[in-house]
Structure formats: C-alpha cells, structure tokens
Design a protein around this ligand. Structure first.
Ligand SMILES: NC(=O)c1ccc[n+]([C@@H]2O[C@H](COP(=O)([O-])OP(=O)(O)OC[C@H]3O[C@@H](n4cnc5c(N)ncnc54)[C@H](OP(=O)(O)O)[C@@H]3O)[C@@H](O)[C@H]2O)c1
Ligand SMILES: [Zn+2]
Ligand SMILES: [Zn+2]
Length: 352
C-alpha cells in the first residue's frame, strides 16, 4: 500500500476536504496512474450528498471522481497494453467478473459483479473504492483506456463519463444522417450529446430551460433550440423525433418529451434524478413509443468513443479549476452555471 492525497466528503452535508488515503501497490495486472485532470460529473454530487440512497447509499468518507485522465507511472509484470509515461484514462468502472454473459459481450457496465470507481466494495483493500479526486489511482489494465495524443487533456476527462454515456445510446438507437434527435438539458452530458449527434449527421434539437444557452447550443452543433418551458415552442415538434436523449439531473415532466416522438420513437433516460418520474401509459401506447435507460458504456465501446473523439477532435468544453474550488463548483453545478463541465487540474492537489 502507499499513501496518496485526495479530497473527500465525510457526510452528506459536509463540504469536500483534503485528506490522505491508501491505494494498493500495483498487482501484476494493474496500472498505476498519476491523475492530471478529473471532471466533475453531476453523479459525483448526487453520490456525495447521498441523493441515491435508495439504490446506492453512500459510504463515508466518499471520494468521488470518475472522469479520470493521467499518465502511467508504474505497471504490473503482466500488463501488456500500457507502459510508464503513456497517457491513460479511467471512467466509471474499475472491475467486473469478466465471465458473465454481459462481460463476455463487452457490456461490463451491466455485469452483476461490477465494481464502480467509487463507493463500491473494494475487493483488494476492503472498504469502498475511492475515485479520481486524488493524486493517483491503481486500476486493472482491462479498465484503463488509451487516450488519443491529439486531444486537450483537460477536456478528455469528461469523455470518460459524459462522453460515453451519451455516445453509447445514440449509437445503439441509430442516431445518424436523416434522423431527428433531441437532447434534453444542456449540461455536461447534454453538451457532449449535441457534439456527437451533430457529428453523426442527425438533425439536432436542444431542449433547454436556460435561454442564455441558446447561442452555445448552436455553436455546439444544434440545428434548432427549444426553450422547454414554452409550450408553444414544444408543440411545434409534436410527433417528429426518432430519438430523444434526456440528460436532466432533477425532477421534470418527461411526458412533454414522449409526445414529441414519432411512431416507434425512443426516449432514453440517462439523467438520474433523485425522485421517480411519472409516465402516463398513453404517452407510450399511442405511437408505440418506447422509454428506456442507458448506463455509461462498455470498455470496448468507450475506447471506440475515445478514438472517434481523436479522429474528429472532440473534447468537452471545460472550465478548469483547482481542487480547492470543488465545493463552489458543486453549488454552481446545481445552478447550471458551468460551460459545460468542470475539470479539476490535479496539480493543485500537490500543493495542498
Ligand atoms: N446513465 C448514466 O450512466 C449516467 C452517467 C453520468 C451521469 N448521469 C446522470 O445524468 C444527469 C446529468 O448529469 P450532468 O453531469 O450532465 O449534469 P449537469 O451538468 O448538472 O446537467 C444537467 C442539466 O439538466 C438541466 N436541468 C437541471 N435541472 C433541471 C430541471 N429542474 N428541469 C429541467 N432541466 C433541468 C440543465 O440544463 P438546461 O440548463 O439546458 O435546462 C442542466 O444543465 C445526472 O442526474 C447524472 O447523475 C447518468
Ligand atoms: Zn458520471
Ligand atoms: Zn460480468
């Protein structure tokens, strides 16, 4: 074991603060990474504040962070895909059983024995896993991704969650040229969804509650922008969407979006609000609409997404902050006051 610096929350109501944690020494299959940047996902905030207590109660101290990019410092003797000095990235998962049908099919995110990057039982050290608001991390090489060399690292971190979570369902549901795709909520996930849908060739419509985001939405690749609180603007799109991705972090009316689907259209929820959403039966029955969910993406698809980003020079739009501003960043995230992802410059932790 070795010690490394981190930021942790000690309860649902306490701010994150500096701490020191233990990590395992790399085993033969492990990669040790010096973390350079870590994005702030709204899931970090949900988890730190125990807003998902019904499904994934938070164990304190909680060290969040699953949008990790850095440089390899050490590798175990059996590691073949990484060497010290390589760029490397880690997302929401750090382990799975590798043997179940989901793992075999490349869907590690749906493995019943999945280990998430933080707040999940740590098979090596006991306790729970600790995430990327930290100096370094040790991860089995199967869960470590290669980073295209041409991308700006501060904007790469968020690809590991916001990127793959939006890329995966859009590929699955066939968002492509000739399709009309909606994105609800222009936050960290939403802005990546717009970039991907635009690059995949779809006609992209952004639904936002923030009039001030209108110009940005267009700059990011939206063909149209709808202020979702204006019923008449919404009505103009009734029955017209092949696909809508809902990336909203709190309670809202999804019926308003189900009505915008064409026959056989799909609404996929990636946003994970604390409280259940109401779904009127007829909003699905009429038009044979479907409502589904999607969790991040498998390792193979995550690498595919990173390679796609490398090829098309896609990264997240980030505001880089020192880790000392993380609590302020959480408050701003709640007010949708970030364009469009905070990325923590982990060099700031070294001086802590
Ligand atoms: N499924 C998965 O695997 C997965 C992965 C990562 C994250 N998530 C979840 O996805 C959600 C979004 O994460 P994020 O990091 O993108 O969050 P975020 O940056 O805070 O963005 C959420 C956006 O939702 C909109 N919004 C917020 N409150 C709203 C309200 N009351 N009514 C309508 N719209 C509202 C805002 O967009 P406008 O200002 O444009 O309205 C906001 O920017 C979170 O719940 C997160 O936990 C799920
Ligand atoms: Zn996330
Ligand atoms: Zn499995």
């Amino acid at each position: 074991m070795y010690k490394t610096k981190a930021y942790s929350a000690s309860s649902a109501t306490s701010p994150l603060a500096s701490t020191t944690i233990s990590r395992r020494d790399p085993t033969e299959h492990d990669v040790q990474i010096e973390i350079l940047f870590c994005g702030i996902c709204h899931s970090d905030l949900h988890q730190v504040r125990n807003e998902w207590s019904a499904v994934m109660p938070t164990v304190y101290p909680c060290i969040p962070g699953h949008e990790i990019v850095g440089r390899v410092t050490r590798v175990g003797s059996a590691v073949t895909m990484f060497k010290p000095g390589d760029l490397a990235a880690v997302g929401c998962m750090v382990d799975s059983d590798r043997t179940c049908p989901e793992c075999q099919a490349g869907f590690e995110q749906y493995c019943p024995n999945l280990t998430l990057t933080y707040n999940f039982p740590d098979k090596h050290l006991g306790g729970v896993t600790y995430g990327g608001y930290s100096d370094s991390i040790v991860v089995d090489e199967h869960f470590v991704l290669h980073v295209p060399a041409n991308l700006d690292l501060a904007g790469v971190g968020p690809l590991l969650c916001a990127g793959i979570t939006t890329y995966s369902p859009m590929r699955y549901w066939g968002v492509t040229r000739g399709k009309k795709a909606g994105v609800v909520g222009l936050g960290g996930l939403g802005h990546m969804a717009v970039k991907f849908a635009h690059r995949l060739g779809a006609h992209v419509v952004v639904f936002t509650t923030s009039p001030a985001k209108r110009d940005d939405a267009r700059r990011l690749g939206a063909d149209e922008v709808v202020l979702s609180r204006h019923a008449d603007e919404m009505q103009k799109h009734a029955g017209s969407f092949d696909f809508i991705l809902d990336a909203v972090s709190s309670e809202h009316d999804i019926n308003a979006y189900l009505q915008l689907l064409r026959r056989d259209g799909n609404l996929t929820l990636v946003g994970a609000p604390e409280k259940p959403l109401a779904v009127p039966a007829f909003a699905l029955i009429f038009g044979r609409h479907s409502l589904s969910g999607s969790a991040i993406g498998g390792i193979r698809e995550t690498q595919e997404m990173l390679d796609f980003c490398g090829e098309h020079n896609i990264t997240a739009d980030v505001e880089v902050i020192p880790i000392q501003k993380v609590n302020e960043a959480y408050e701003r995230l709640l007010k949708s006051d970030v364009k469009y992802r905070f990325s923590i410059d982990m060099a700031s932790l070294k001086s802590q």
